[in-house]
Design a protein around this ligand. Sequence first.
Ligand code: ATP
Length: 290
Amino acid sequence: MKIIVRAPAKLNLSLDAPFVHSDGAIEWRMVMTSIGLSDYVQVETTPGDTIEIYSNSGFLPNDNRNLAYKAAHIFLRETQIKTGLKILIEKNIPVAAGLGGGSSDAAAVFKALNILFDVGLSLKELAKMGLQVDSDVPYCIYGDTALVSGRGDIITPLAKLPKMWFVLAKPHVSVSTPRIVKKLTKIPVVHPNTDALLHGIATNDYQAIVANMGNALETITIAEHPQILTLKERLVKYGCDGSQMSGSGPTVFGVCRTSSRAKRVYNSLSGFCNEVYLTQVTTEKINQGR
Ligand code: ATP
């Protein structure tokens, strides 16, 4: 038995951390959206009880450090299903880029196993398991556009975004999410107006959405990697209506209303940054891809 599930990247239209819990966990308030740029995760049952991971990326661990492995291990343990698994990850999402690729692969594994073994777990139940892997996995189980709050575990689906295009640019730097997040309590950050963004989404108002995007981690990551600010500025200079960093970075994205404008920005930026992507809000359901 085997199945292929699409694992889309996510963008943070908003990322805020209103406070830190007494146990050190961050309280998040984020608006995320799934985009067309995707990995594909194939899950196949095998005899025995080992979980094998294969991918086309040289940057990924192929053992129990891989988030797809962790997801499979947790799912099999919780459902008491005994099987071996072969998981093939077609990696298209840049790794450690602020695009949630690992969390999305993990979510794809949960969904694949739920379907393969006909377990019938709800999205809520899968999201609860997903939280054991990473705080972004519950959102990735739901996908589409959603408000993510609490410790990543409270997911409120939102209205569909108006038609918009994203130009993504990933500078050639590595960002450690835990290190950036640790600085949240030490450096003054700019909190985005997430309520205004939510209102823009509820009223399908493109201008209001673009005007109210924001990421509290930007000042922290930009202090370490100033080229992120340069890329943000170039995206707007070349024609995007707004630009912002996703997650803890380093990827930045610009927003355009039309594909022709986005293509122009993409072409202009390609001469300046060698990892540039052109993508839209995801249009198909996260399910068996291809
Ligand atoms: P986060 O903001 O949650 O750290 P990210 O989007 O910046 O995520 P990912 O691509 O998810 O970055 O990678 C984060 C880390 O997870 C990397 O150090 C990577 O080696 C590790 N990792 C483990 N499994 C995967 C996977 N299947 N895909 C991508 N990264 C993985």
